[in-house]
Design a protein around this ligand. Sequence first.
Ligand code: NAP
Length: 334
Amino acid sequence: MRKRIVVYRKVPQSVLALLREQHDVIEVEQVAAASRAPLIEALARAHGILGNHMKITPELLDAAPFLEAASTISAGFDAFDVEDLTRRGIVLNNTPDELTETTADLAFTLLLASARRVVELAEWTRRGEWRASVGAAQFGVDVHHKALGIVGLGRIGSALARRAALGFGMDVLYCNRTRNHEAEEAYGAQWRTLPELLAQADFVCLLVPLSAATERLIGAAELRQMKRTAILVNCARGQVVDEAALIEALREHRILGAGLDVFEREPLPPDSPLLTMPNVVALPHIGSATQQTRDAMALRAARNLLDALDGRITSTCVNPEVQVVLEVSRRHAG
Ligand code: NAP
């Protein structure tokens, strides 16, 4: 049976064509909450939705009574209330594998750029301030053979650990709720409590999913536990860090710098103090933003959605427990 899919993010034509082979597709621009009438109208008859970034609220789900499956073009799925989806019998899939290496590249870029002050000194050079050979005022800090603390050593964290340990001779410390024995063996990663990691690492890189447990995991107290010479890199989600506390710590030079791909509010407001701090490298949430990776993610998300609409629960399903809910409602219907 042909179903109806709402696509709320621009995806390649080839991906739309793949979806259209089996189902009807409505494309809806990502819109601000105030002008959501076309989206709400499309959702009224939707069986599947595909996109990313937009918060999928209970109100949007209420407007979609036939919704069977949601497919996010991202590894993180904090735009959804997973328990609510499960209660409603809606299958959620993500794209955890396609972006791993690309995002690890970006995390390491932020680490290097912050340590060697690449953005600040490129701007300094462009302004014509390079009039004699550089001195201590332009020196950065070494990355190689330093200690990297990874908070959230999962897929991306492990890819980062590989770069750090095998490429740069770094000591890898990590903090997870469960031990990652593979990374311990392959990269000599050493498990630490969060306070231990913060106290020992020269670079702290955040790669945990955003959840109730990780929201504002790094606040004023945690920033105070870091070395004054340490750099914080956030490639996870902005809400994992208390941004006001970070701004304060950077202003007071309680840490050396920060490399940030994600922020509490995105796009980052133009008046954010982070944009004027020389010891901050701020990027516009580009962890997975290469053409190759974004295309691969969109294709994976489309395939995930087709599987889910066919009733298949695959390895990228975020809420496999939804099967129980679906089974119960099937029995009621029978
Ligand atoms: P993953 O494979 O699920 O790894 C997440 C790791 O975090 C796991 O090792 C997990 O281990 C750990 N963790 C979870 N909750 C924790 C907690 N409360 N305290 C300590 N550790 C915790 O996920 P991934 O693919 O590496 O992606 C991680 C996150 O990166 C995504 O959720 C997304 O938000 C973000 N991301 C950002 C970008 C970007 O563009 N900047 C791109 C891709 C992904 P335990 O379960 O053992 O604790």
